[in-house]
Write a protein that binds this ligand. Structure first.
Ligand code: ADP
Ligand code: MG
Length: 395
């Protein structure tokens, strides 16, 4: 069970690096999620961990041993891809058993292995049948062992693919967007199944996704990547509550953190566009910032409570809550309903009669939840500890 260390890992395919300066330490038995938008380098990073792609610079080590030059099969790794291919002509049991019998088939590796051959091979090796049964129980596939993939649902097929990678008892699991081909309901179900699997097998997982909900619900730690560079490393709580920069603040959450261009002078923070006061007594040097507030930390001001005026522009009902988009600023009296556009602030709050289109409201922010970011660099103030700072930024 390896402790993984990445020391300034880079990867380039000739042009600009696709992964740059990737340094991180991953403890044993972590559920690490590599999170970032499409094309940011997640799969490339995972393929380097697996040994399926060369490392251009830097080192990857498992338990102190540099593995840059180890073959994939020397790394005790199971790899689950986004598009998993099951053998259609084999039963579920034979599909799951395949990795255990691969050595026996190696001489004929380039030939399609026929189901009857598999069946005899499994029959000769009771320990294989036993292991298949055990893994099938873990993933609730016992009743399907004799079926063929085409008579399974998408979720069941995905579980067979997982079972197949599980059967060899690897020490490290690499999963590359394994749920992205499933519908929403199955995705939710598989999320908890994979989390349960991680708890039961007590091994390290590295899980790649662009879906922040998957990251938040499954990870013990998240590495947020953008354009091949680490933006932040932290627990889901840290990433959510203390985003290192505006990229992370926006990428996590639905909607993401509100970021309102603001100016600080003598601790008084005003909305840069409407001039309204957003905060008093802020511990900030004078200058330009982004005032950050999560939608659930913004609400309607109580009667008599001070707060910036806004006009409701969009309302989305989520059952017990609403997400309302509010334009900061006073409506222009002469133009009737035309709003002096400030920033749009999304608030997530209890339904209220004034939360309808064109409703005039006053907003209030939970002060403890306010986060500030430098307007020029996008870095949080004060800087989050343990997060790489771009050169030239001021802490
Ligand atoms: P992600 O998995 O985050 O969507 P990838 O790791 O697949 O991103 O790709 C990151 C970047 O590397 C992309 O710009 C992609 O075009 C580029 N890339 C990936 N593989 C290759 C390759 N074999 N040759 C050239 N460029 C590649
Ligand atoms: Mg990918």
């Amino acid at each position: 069970m390896p402790r993984m260390v990445f020391d300034q890992v880079t990867k380039s395919f000739g042009g600009d690096p696709v992964i740059a300066d990737f340094s991180a330490e991953i403890e044993d038995r972590e559920f690490l999620v590599l999170l970032g938008p499409s094309g940011c380098g997640k799969s490339t990073m995972l393929r380097m961990i697996a040994g399926l792609a060369d490392v251009t610079g830097g080192a990857i080590s498992f338990d102190g041993e540099v593995v840059n030059d180890l073959e994939p099969k020397e790394r005790e790794i199971a790899f689950v891809f986004q598009s998993y291919a099951l053998y259609p002509h084999m039963t579920v049991a034979q599909n799951i058993a395949f990795p255990l019998l691969m050595n026996a088939f190696r001489p004929w590796y380039h030939l399609p292995v026929v189901s009857a051959v598999m069946k005899r091979a499994i029959a000769r090796r009771p320990e294989v049948a036993e292991r298949v049964a055990e893994v099938a129980r873990t993933l609730e596939l016992t009743d399907y062992l004799d079926r063929r993939p085409k008579s399974l649902s998408g979720g069941q097929r995905q579980r067979v693919a997982l079972a197949r990678s599980l059967v060899r008892d690897p020490s490290l699991y690499l999963l590359d967007e394994p749920l992205s081909n499933l519908d929403a309901k199955l995705r939710t179900q598989m999320r908890s199944e994979i989390s349960g699997l991680h708890r039961r097998v007590r091994k390290s997982f590295v899980y790649v996704t662009h879906d922040q909900v998957e990251a938040m619900t499954m990870a013990t730690r998240i590495i947020v990547l953008d354009a091949g560079r680490i933006q932040q490393i932290g627990t889901p709580e840290e990433i959510y509550g203390e985003p290192a920069n505006t990229f992370v603040a926006k990428f996590i959450g639905s909607p993401g953190m509100n970021l309102i261009p603001a100016t600080a002078a003598d601790g008084r923070v005003t909305d840069a566009r409407s001039g309204q006061v957003l905060d008093r007594g802020a511990d900030l040097a004078d200058g330009d910032y982004l005032f950050g507030i999560r939608p659930e930390a913004a609400r309607l001001a109580a009667d008599g409570e001070a707060g910036p005026a806004a006009t409701v522009t969009t309302v989305e009902h989520l059952g017990g809550e609403v997400v309302a988009g509010c334009e900061l600023g006073e409506p222009d009296a002469e133009a009737g309903l035309t709003v002096d556009l400030g920033g749009t602030v999304f608030i997530r709050t209890a339904p209220h009669p004034s939360l309808t289109g064109r409703g005039r409201v006053r907003l209030a922010f939970d002060r403890g939840a306010v986060r500030y970011f430098r307007a020029d660099t996008g870095q949080r103030v004060p800087a989050t500890r343990g997060t790489p700072q771009p050169q030239g930024s001021i802490r």
